[in-house]
Design a protein around this ligand. Structure first.
Ligand code: FES
Length: 161
């Protein structure tokens, strides 16, 4: 199970500083959220009431916008983002097994981050290189024709991505 990181006082201070720059600017919500994510790495749930009060919005409105945009995260993400393709071509060529193996190697489920903050695991629809199925993307690199050996090699301690 992924560990939940607590927001630090220093991070909250930085968040307050960012919010102060958008005081009362309801239309600044998205750039403000992006800025917080850029600085802190994610949008801590503790930031939501602070943002809402700064922009004179309801916390539920802030939460609604965060939930709507898949690029905004309310939990910290790992240094490496691992995306296993769930598209049809990858699925028929063993993508399900590859996903299972990646989960086993990392010890986490989809949407979770390893306790050492090294990896976050996600699944994605077709990434457009079906000829190489099954595929895994780690950060910006695509690893095609995945098989159990390649998965083991990719996530072995000696071969940190
Ligand atoms: S289905 Fe995986 S790349 Fe297309």
């Amino acid at each position: 199970m992924a560990k939940t990181k607590q927001v630090t006082k220093a991070e909250l201070k930085r968040i307050d500083h960012i919010v102060a720059n958008y005081q009362g600017d309801r239309w600044g919500l998205i750039p403000l959220l992006q800025e917080i994510q850029e600085v802190v790495g994610y949008i801590p749930p503790e930031a939501i009431p602070r943002i809402a009060s700064g922009l004179r919005l309801f916390p539920s409105q802030v939460q609604g916008v965060i939930s709507f945009y898949s690029q905004l995260y309310t939990a910290p993400r790992g240094k490496n983002i691992v995306r296993v393709c769930r598209g049809t071509a990858c699925h028929v060529r063993g993508g399900k097994t590859i996903l299972k193996l990646v989960k086993q190697h990392l010890g986490i489920e989809e949407g979770e981050t390893t306790p050492d903050m090294e990896y976050t695991l996600e699944t994605v629809p077709c990434i457009g290189v079906c000829a190489l199925a099954p595929n895994i993307v780690v950060n910006r690199d695509t690893y095609g024709h995945m098989n159990p050996k390649k998965v083991a090699r990719l996530f072995s301690k000696e071969n940190k991505v």
